[in-house]
Every structure is written in C-alpha cells, then in structure tokens.
Design a protein around this ligand. Sequence first.
Ligand SMILES: NC(=O)C1=CN([C@@H]2O[C@H](COP(=O)(O)OP(=O)(O)OC[C@H]3O[C@@H](n4cnc5c(N)ncnc54)[C@H](O)[C@@H]3O)[C@@H](O)[C@H]2O)C=CC1
Ligand SMILES: O=C([O-])CC(=O)C(=O)O
Length: 385
Amino acid sequence: MLRGFRRHRWTHPAARWCHPAIPRKRIYLRTTLPPPTPTRTNFLFSSNNVHSSIMVKAVVIGAAGGIGQPLSLLLKMSPLIDDLALYDVVNSKGVAADLSHIASPATVTGHLPADDGLKSALTGANIVVIPAGVPRKPGMTRDDLFKINAGIVRDLATGIAQNCPEAFILVISNPVNSTVPVVAEVLKKHNVFKPKRLFGVTTLDVVRASTFTAEVTSEGADPREFTIPVIGGHSGVTIIPLLSQSKPSVNLSQEQIEHLTNRVQFGGDEVVKAKDGAGSATLSMAFAGYKFAEAVLKAVKGESGIVEPSYVYLPGVPGGDEIAQSVGGVDFFSGLVELGADGAKKIRPLGNLSDYEKKLLDAALPELKGNIQKGVSFVTEGSKL
Ligand SMILES: NC(=O)C1=CN([C@@H]2O[C@H](COP(=O)(O)OP(=O)(O)OC[C@H]3O[C@@H](n4cnc5c(N)ncnc54)[C@H](O)[C@@H]3O)[C@@H](O)[C@H]2O)C=CC1
Ligand SMILES: O=C([O-])CC(=O)C(=O)O
C-alpha cells in the first residue's frame, strides 16, 4: 500500500559524496512493504542497504560494446542506481533508447563524442565503469591490446579527472595490469588521484574460481556457495587463485589444484578460443562487472563487511604497504579489499599461502612488475608507441 511521497533530501551526512549538479527532480514512492530479503536467487539485484536515499549516477564508457550493453542492462535493473549515462564512440544513444523502455527507476541517457558527450556523461558521476577498448582475438595476449587500449584509457581518465574527480573508477579495459596504472598516473598529473576510489576489475577471475571449483568438488554444488580469493593481477600467470583459502574449504588433490589453477589463469583464453575471432568474454564479464559495482555501491550506502578482490594502488590503501612488502615491492596488486563509504577501506593480509601458491606468486611477479611499469611510463614518459 502506498503511504506517501517523498522527494530525495540531502539530509544524511553520507550523501556528501554525491555531486550536487545531478538534477534531482524525481519523486519517490514509499511503500509499507518491507525491502526484499536477499536470497540466493535475487542477490544480484538486492538492496538491503542502510542509506538507500543516497542518489547515484553511474556511467558506462564503452556502453555499446559486447560488455557495455549487458553491463548497462544490469545497471539499469539495479535499485542502487538513479541515473545511468552511457558513453561510447558509436551507438550509445540507441542502446540508451532501448534500455530506457525498461520499467525500472533509473533514468538512462546516451552520449556520443559530438557535443562534448564525454563531459555531459561524466558530469555529476559517482561511479564510472570502463569497458571501452578492443578485445583479444585468438593468438593474442592481453598485453597485445596495450597499444590501442592504453591511449583510449588515458584519454578517458583525463575526462574523469576534469569532470568527476571524486567518482569511483572501475577499469575493465585490458590489459588491466597496465591500464589501471595508466589511469592512476593521469589522475596524479591532474592532482586528483584518490587511490581508494580506483579499482581494476578482477572479479571475473573470482567468479571463474568459484564456478570451476564447484564443478570439480561435488556434483550439483552451487558455485555461489564458494568464496575463493584470487590475488595478483589479471593476465595468465599473474592470476593467483588461493584454493587453500576456499570457503568452504575443499579437499583437492595436487593434480586437481593444478588443473583448476590453470583453468582460472587461462579462463579468458578458453572464451577467446571458443568465440573464434568474435571477441572475448562479454556476458560473464558483464555479470562480474556488475557484481563488483554493486559491492562498491552497497558499501558506499552503508553496508559493512563487504570484501572483494580488486586490483588497487597499494601505497594508497591502508594495509597496502604490508602487502607490497610481503610480495616484493609492487605498487599495484589485486588483494582482498574491504569496501567502505570512501571506497577501498583496507586491504587484508594475504594469509597463509601453500607452497604451491608461493611458487605461483614468485612466477607472477616479474610479469606483473613489467606490466605496471609499462602503464606508468606510458603516461610519465609520454606515448612512444
Ligand atoms: N577485466 C576483465 O576481466 C575483462 C576485460 N575485458 C576487456 O574489456 C574491453 C572491452 O571488451 P568488449 O566489450 O568485448 O569489446 P567491444 O569491442 O565489444 O566493445 C568495446 C566498446 O568500446 C568502445 N570504444 C572504443 N573506443 C572508445 C572510446 N575512446 N571511448 C568510448 N568507447 C570506446 C567501442 O566503440 C565498443 O563499443 C577489452 O579491452 C577486453 O579485453 C574483457 C573481458 C574481461
Ligand atoms: O581474455 C580476455 O582477453 C578477456 C579477459 O580479460 C577475460 O576473459 O578474463
């Protein structure tokens, strides 16, 4: 039963992080119905947040692409988002028109480069998700994408620095190990780098780890029951699933551990091969990207205890220096990030690694360091590509 109306008010202190430039005309209905209880079947769209009155403008850059479209659909369905701006160099208006017919509260707008579309999309943004850029074809590594994607991401980061420097930035574009340092360096150049708000999205590795582990452990196991930390980076050997820390714990032979580890590390290649030239993971990535965006927004809206692996700038996140020391001096690393109202609240210690996982870490570090340096120099020394 409807009890009344209320306009959104800027009353809660946690609302300070929202940009005041967002038009606030919509009227909200309040019902006497209790909020839906999150269950295993509706968890993606659940909203048992504490400060649900905080308004959120989300932006997807690369919104017309293979990831961008399903990701935008999920964001449009989300009760956590009020305004959804879609930017792409092509077809973003079409995607926005299409999504705008869906009966959910978020308003949707489409933006193209003409008419300063990046600026209009980003102004007032609280969270920006970036799946813009080219995907792999069979035979390519993620690093092969650097040549094109680093420039795209650098220019987009400049737009973010100029138009919404407070926004949470979720980088999906590959190679994540290098594109996140590119974004960080651009933000530093503009004096607006907020390390707690910059994330490389490695959630697909986490999703794969629980899916593949459920497959080998027992028939009919629900992958959502498994939480398996994945640390390191997001390419091949830099992806380190910590099966020894699986919750619930799993009893695996060394052969199974090695098989699973390899499948998580090269899960992306599995999809690239199956798509046979038509790109890389898009639907599972949209799921993973939404899952991570949802986690960030729930934490911002007051939910506590949310922990998600993500690739972050270690010196700027509490707990990061300890991780950097324990893994041998990298500035960017995917670890277990506890999320809070300001983004990455702290990064948890890696815990006990098995001897096998220690070897994986040793094998990952040289490649990870090279990837990071490549992203940093691209901005600090200028593009020599
Ligand atoms: N982090 C992760 O786990 C994953 C990352 N990816 C990466 O995500 C990226 C996108 O993949 P897909 O969606 O499959 O590619 P796609 O080619 O289907 O879509 C990319 C979109 O970006 C747009 N775009 C290109 N330049 C742009 C610019 N300057 N500004 C705005 N939009 C621009 C294109 O027009 C296109 O619509 C790739 O780099 C891919 O490797 C893919 C899967 C998983
Ligand atoms: O493999 C790729 O190129 C896309 C990706 O990052 C993934 O699926 O993990």
